[in-house]
Design a protein around this ligand. Structure first.
Ligand SMILES: *Cc1c(COP(=O)(O)O)cnc(C)c1O
Length: 843
């Protein structure tokens, strides 16, 4: 890993230096250049930061802005990360590496991660304080690296951190988008999107690696030639090419024991401008081609579990997949010589189908660039790749039109056809020639104008295919992949998601971490299972008081964030009820909003009753083209406006929609939350990870039996979670009944009254019909069975109101949640992947 961090990139010229296959050549050693050291860590870091400020940023302490201090601090810490590569580890080549391919890495800020994992939080705080600078201000000056939409991208970031912490040699591969996920603002309750500009002032964490540049082709045609033994070879002649340039971000693991690399590709044109054209006076035209090519890494697609992509999206997918495979193949050749041993030394994980083009691309590289026979290439491919599925929603299963694939990737389309032909032939040989069954396992969906099914492609090319929670994996086997599963029943395995405790516990909630360390000892920082020791104190009133005090202080901090971001004043003694995640109909924010409306009506009807004070906190972005999701945000904001200002409510119900939900905002909201809303339609949320972050921090879950909620219930205990609604089988059954929504509404006076009020313009007097599309959909369609689950959701919410009053019982449940969430550490997920899927040694 060291040489990777330091820029030694295997390249094809190195092939000549290889030793016998399987026998890795030794790399030259490296020693850190001597640095002046006073023996005082605070003084040393302070001087290092000052030196960076002067020599790397060109500023004096007097002229430095917070952002400059951040860059200087990050650069000083980056040096320590490079040094950490040295300590206690050899510079030899690891026997096997994991390559994690993901179109998204939703990283957030890196400074607190780096400081915490290097054990330098206090040292940095004191070094900066010596200089009259507050660490908190410096941390706040770091822009979030938002190279992802939501759960899928955040999972990739958690996995990278965990692999580094477990010393699993790994390289993450993705795209270095100029612009990450859009910035969300609310204008009169309507979502507005603005471009995100995290790179505007550079990125102090990254190393640019111009020497690791690969050429990526698009379009063109394929020719054939016969080679001596009569075998026909094909050659792809792309019409256009673009260069992928590596940018490396070091990922330091817990206690600085191991450092991995996140390698992000930037698209660059072959030549910056057409000089002849420029000299001819066409100054704009001379750079137009460059601008088109470089659009590939310009911006993250802001869609999440929805809508099919555009051509540029396919270009992004192929661009980063091809660059990554070329990189890892040339590294393997340089280190090991023979590509036949690739499966022994490389495990490639495809995060969703976005890199599924890896299947034909690896085949192409092996066949064309390295002259392997088809059978050998297929063996290598299917023993190196594995695929993680993230959704079963039909609209989110990726397919590409054959016509587009033929135009953009003609050679890959040929390979896909050949894979499919052999796959379908084999079915015939096994006597499975039933037309419907063949159509269901084919790589080509013929029903919708001929499209390539990327999930099927990834399935066939993978050694293992995994779901991300027990329920989701079962549903994979019984629904979308049913027929493919029948052909190879060992292929699908479950790997329930996890979260890194370093970010979602230690860094975001130092007070709770301190409490845990005091009670169960330091080892809790290294072994989350030690958290179980907290369970012994769950009913201890002295410990409960300390736990409650921790929560109060986090809620006061959150109340400040709420006031700053929304202008709404909330009372930290109220129940803080949180739903933070992408806005999507299947996640059912609308169920929560309509329950809020019903609660508002109930308080209005009986204003003198003893209502449990609640603050409903919402956060989340809607895909810019997702009209219904944006209307749900507007409804939440309009409900907030009326409810928050109604004197009858007297502050007992407050509604807040916090704009621009992102990792750093999540870190502020989660420790201050009492209740975690995980209310998706059962069978639709593959896993969820927000549910884990909140439960770990002691929020009680109100949820359906969906995704990882089921496993959370199994761990925390049914008494310590609030479950409601239909389960996945119940949803399937009910959805098949005619008029289920109309009947559910007719059976629920409370739901009817809430819908009538919305429909009558109760929250939009200036535009009565504003929310008609929402009400109409619920009355006549309701694909997400909100109406069916409504009454049970209302029931469980009133149960929660009552539970909140009994504080001793509430805190006991909360403490048991924290104590019993250890299993949901992404360290556990990564160990399982390492053992079952990658077969790579941990540590
Ligand atoms: C964890 C996280 C998510 C995923 O949340 P879910 O509730 O699992 O959908 C999305 N966005 C951010 C910023 C996160 O931190």
């Amino acid at each position: 890993m060291l040489n990777e961090i330091l820029g030694a990139t295997a390249r094809s010229e190195d092939i000549g230096t290889r030793t016998a296959a399987g026998d890795a050549p030794a790399r030259p050693g490296w020693t850190a250049p001597a640095k002046p050291a006073s023996g005082d860590p605070v003084a040393d870091l302070r001087e290092a930061i000052l030196a960076k400020l002067a020599y790397a940023i060109g500023k004096t302490p007097e002229t430095a802005r917070e952002r400059d201090w951040f860059a200087a601090t990050a650069l000083a810490l980056r040096d320590r990360i490079v040094d950490a590569c040295m300590d206690g580890r050899s510079t030899s080549i690891p026997n096997k590496r994991v390559y994690y391919l993901s179109l998204e890495f939703l990283i957030g800020r890196l400074l607190s991660d780096a400081m915490n994992n290097l054990g330098l939080v206090d040292t940095t705080r004191r070094a900066l304080r010596d200089l009259g600078i507050e660490l908190g201000d410096v941390e706040a000056a770091e822009p979030d690296a938002a190279l992802g939409n939501g759960g899928l991208g955040r999972l990739a970031a958690c996995f990278m951190e965990s692999m580094a912490s477990l010393s699993i040699p790994a390289i993450g591969y993705g795209i270095r988008y100029d612009h990450g996920l859009f910035k969300q603002s609310l204008e009169d309750g309507w979502q507005k999107e603005a471009p995100e500009t995290w790179l505007a002032e550079g990125n102090p964490w990254e190393f640019v690696r111009p020497e690791a540049t690969y050429t990526i082709g698009f379009g063109g045609h394929v020719t054939m030639s016969a080679i001596s033994d009569g075998v026909i070879r094909r050659h792809w002649h792309p019409a256009e090419t673009v260069r992928a340039v590596a940018h490396d971000v070091p990922v330091v693991g817990w206690r600085g024991k191991h450092v991995n690399t996140l390698r992000l590709w930037k698209a660059e044109a072959n030549s910056p401008l057409e000089l002849a054209q420029f000299n001819g006076g066409d100054h704009v035209g001379a750079v137009a081609a460059r601008s088109k090519v470089e659009a590939i890494s310009r911006v993250l697609y802001p869609s999440d579990s929805s809508e099919s992509g555009q051509e540029l999206r396919l270009r992004q997918e192929y661009f980063f997949t091809s660059a990554s495979l070329q990189d890892l193949v040339s590294r393997h050749v340089a280190e090991r010589g023979d590509l036949r041993s690739l499966p022994d030394h490389a495990a490639i994980q495809l995060n969703d189908t976005h890199p599924a083009i890896a299947v034909p691309e690896l085949m192409r590289i092996l066949l064309e660039d390295h002259g392997l026979a088809w059978e050998d290439a297929w063996h290598i491919t299917t023993h190196t790749l594995s695929y993680t599925n993230h959704t079963l929603l039909p609209e989110a299963l990726e397919t590409w039109p054959v016509e587009l694939m033929e135009r953009l990737l003609p050679r890959h389309m040929q390979i896909i056809y050949l894979i499919n032909w052999m796959h379908l032939e084999e079915q015939g040989r096994h006597g499975r020639a039933d037309a419907a069954q063949l159509a269901s396992v084919s790589l080509i969906d013929e029903a919708n104008g001929k499209r390539v099914r990327m999930g099927h492609l990834a399935f066939l090319g993978a050694r293992r295919v995994n779901g991300v929670s027990a329920l989701h994996t079962d549903l994979m086997r019984s629904t979308v992949f049913k027929d493919l599963h029948a052909l190879d029943t060992d292929k699908i395995v479950n790997k329930t998601n996890g979260i890194t405790f370093r970010r979602w516990f230690h860094n975001c909630n130092p007070e709770l971490t301190k409490l845990a360390v005091e009670v169960v000892g330091e080892r809790v920082l290294d072994d989350p299972e030690a958290l179980l020791g907290l369970a012994d104190y769950a009913a201890d009133s002295a410990f409960q008081a300390r736990y409650a005090a921790m929560r109060t202080s986090r809620k006061e901090a959150l109340a400040k964030v709420v006031a700053e971001n929304s202008g709404i004043v909330v009372d930290p003694s109220a129940l803080f009820d949180t739903q933070i995640k992408r806005i999507h109909e299947y996640k059912r924010q609308l169920l929560n909003v309509i329950e809020t409306v019903a609660l508002y009506q109930a308080i209005k009807a009986e204003p003198h009753k003893d209502w449990t004070p609640r603050v409903k906190i919402f956060g989340g972005k809607a895909a810019p083209s997702y009209v219904q999701a944006k209307l749900i945000i507007k409804l939440a904001c309009d409900v907030a406006k009326l409810v928050n200002s109604d004197p009858d409510i007297a502050g007992r119900l407050k509604v807040v929609f916090l704009p621009n939900y992102r990792v750093s905002l999540a870190e502020a909201i989660i420790p201050g939350s009492d209740l975690s809303e995980q209310i998706s339609t059962a069978g639709m949320e593959a896993s969820g990870t927000g549910n884990m972050k909140l439960a770990l921090n002691g929020a009680l879950t109100v949820g359906t039996l969906d995704g990882a909620n089921i496993e959370i219930r199994d761990h925390v205990g049914a008494d310590n979670i609030f479950i409601f609604g239909l389960d996945a089988a119940g949803v399937q059954k009910r959805a098949a009944e005619p008029d289920y929504a109309a009947r559910a509404i007719a059976a629920s006076p409370r739901l009817s009254a809430a819908l009538d009020f919305i429909e009558a313009g109760g929250f939009s007097p200036e535009e009565r019909g504003r929310f008609q599309p929402i009400v109409d959909d619920l009355r006549h369609n309701d694909r997400y069975l909100l109406t069916v689950d409504f009454d049970d959701y209302w029931r469980v919410q009133r149960e929660i109101d009552a539970a909140w009053i009994d504080k001793a019982s509430w805190w006991k449940k909360a403490i048991l949640n924290t104590a019993r969430m250890a299993w949901f550490s992404s360290d556990r997920s990564m160990r399982e992947y390492a053992d079952d899927i990658w077969r790579v040694k941990v540590g």
